[in-house]
Design a protein around this ligand. Structure first.
Ligand code: IFM
Length: 500
């Protein structure tokens, strides 16, 4: 059956609020529907308004680091097209918008007094959101460390923690009167492990001991920032966004089970445990004990700082992951998995765990398996193992092979199907007791997808990069309907498959 989306007018959708279609699946009142972006991925204007250089400017301008040598120099030109993008958010009807502040716009060298022009830009973001009735959700760090701090050692150095606390306090004092929800760090796993472990992200270092030290200092910086925000904005709701995923084992062989446990330790528990329980997982302390400086950077009292109570836990979820023990890839293939031909990165080889994928399974353009049930599984686990903290899904979305059709529209049924499935997964987890209070689509618009440059499109809005023209995709209209109805409407009548 072909994919069809029935186009409700917004007025029609409003009407469904009072007389919900019996097939509509409602969300709880006040559920925080939103969309997300991050500074370096959308803003551009990297040398405007006194902004300093970040590690991503340096990295993306280094030959061979990003697809096509793409950089965030112009990106979506959001810095100069702010009003247009705020209007898009209003048209989308979201209740919240998650954006990040560029540290080098606020402190060009990573320390010292605030740059007034930088603060002014984010004041305009926040005021523009509030004028449109949209709740600002501010992320302090989405990977753009000021380059001068990296030149002094970056996240493996303890001094970066104090710099971050200073920056957090500066932003909180300036914007605390108008911003109530704060996220300290976005996906510290990526900052630590892609930045200092595999080297696939800025600053491009490959050193397991430094990745461990960076992990600790990022988490400590998070804890210090929680305090800095609360001192400036006592009523603030503060959280952290972790990228989490269920880790499966390719077979039930004990070596695969152990490989999955190690990978879960690195990807999930290394962050969840210190933040929510105040201790590092013993198996991870043991695994990384030979990697210097590693956990030797931990000092007395640090874990109390890291585990300061949070108002919510942000979760970024995209895909589940399966691994095999590195000596058992042949057996994994027999069991129906494909093994990547690309070089196994330093993180996996250190864990002796090879990521594998189900053969002929649906995947997004990132090559990520699509499995909404894995999100329910993740949320159920968090509810069981780390109860009592409310959850916001701070990112979820899909890169699809979008294109502009001859009629000028962008039809993206795979993305609609992905979002619909994952929102249903959220509701299912809620039914089982998980306290999920909001959901943010990644992303409002196509943008700079880090090492993949502009080759991957996650947006609800298409960006025509030569002109920076914005075209809302079908998924934009679908999400607008969903948000306005506060329910999943029975519009997705059949589904188009992702490529296997
Ligand atoms: O684009 C990124 C975002 O910056 C962090 N979370 C994952 C997204 C998709 O890869």
């Amino acid at each position: 059956m072909p994919f069809r989306i029935r186009r409700h007018s917004y007025a029609e959708v409003g009407a469904t609020l009072s007389a919900l279609d019996s097939n509509a699946v409602p969300f709880p009142k006040g559920f925080l529907f939103g969309a997300a972006t991050a500074a370096y991925q959308v803003e551009g204007s990297v040398d405007v308004g006194g902004r300093g250089v970040s590690i991503w400017d340096t990295f993306s301008h280094t030959s061979g680091k990003t697809v096509n040598g793409d950089t965030g120099d112009i990106a979506c030109d959001h810095f100069l097209r702010l009003e247009e993008d705020l209007d898009l958010l209003a048209e989308l009807g979201v209740r919240a918008y998650r954006f990040s502040v560029s540290w080098p716009r606020i402190q060009p060298t990573g320390k010292g007094p605030a740059n007034p022009e930088g603060l002014d830009f984010y004041r305009r973001v926040v005021d523009g959101l509030r004028a449109r009735g949209i709740v600002p959700v501010l992320t302090l760090y989405h990977w753009d460390l000021p380059q001068p701090l990296q030149d002094e050692g970056g996240w493996p150095q303890r001094d970066t923690v104090s710099r971050f606390a200073e920056y957090a306090g500066t932003v909180a004092r300036a914007l605390g009167g108008t911003v109530g929800r704060w996220i300290t760090l976005n996906e510290p796993w990526c900052s630590a492990w892609l930045g200092y472990g595999s080297g696939h992200h800025a600053p491009g270092i490959r050193d397991i001991g430094k990745a461990v030290a960076a992990t600790h200092h990022l988490l400590l910086a998070h804890g210090e920032a929680v305090q800095a925000i609360r001192s400036a904005v006592p009523a603030a709701e503060v959280g952290i966004s972790l990228n989490l995923t269920p880790i499966r084992h390719a077979t039930d062989h004990e070596d695969d089970v152990a490989a999955a446990r190690r990978t879960d330790g690195n990807a999930n528990r290394l962050f969840l445990d210190p933040v929510l329980t105040g201790s590092y997982p013993p198996d991870m302390l043991e695994h990384y004990q030979g990697s210097a400086p590693g956990f030797a950077v931990v000092r007395d009292g640090d874990l109390e700082v890291i585990s300061r109570p949070l108002d919510f836990l942000g979760i970024n979820y995209y895909t589940p992951q399966t691994v095999a023990d590195e000596a058992r890839t042949a057996q994994a293939m027999v069991a129906g998995y494909c093994v990547p031909t690309a070089e196994i990165d330093l993180i996996s080889s250190d864990l002796h765990a090879v990521p594998v994928q189900r053969q002929a399974f649906r995947r997004t353009e990132m090559g990520w398996e699509v499995e909404p049930a894995a999100l329910t599984e993740l949320l159920d686990r968090l509810h069981q193992e780390y109860p009592h903290v409310p959850i916001l899904l701070t990112e979820n979305g899909a890169a699809c092979a979008d294109y502009v059709g001859q009629d000028g529209s962008v039809q993206d049924p795979e993305r609609i199907r992905y979002l619909d499935g994952h929102l249903r997964a959220v509701l299912q987890a809620r039914e089982a007791g998980s306290d999920v209070r909001g959901y943010f689509v990644w992303s409002l618009m196509d943008n700079f997808e880090w090492a993949y440059g502009y080759s991957k499109r996650f947006g609800l809005v298409w960006i025509d990069y030569p002109t920076r023209t914005r075209i809302p995709k079908d998924s934009f209209r679908w999400y607008a309907q969903t948000v306005r109805a506060n329910a999943l409407l029975p519009t997705v009548e059949a589904t188009a498959g992702f490529r296997a």
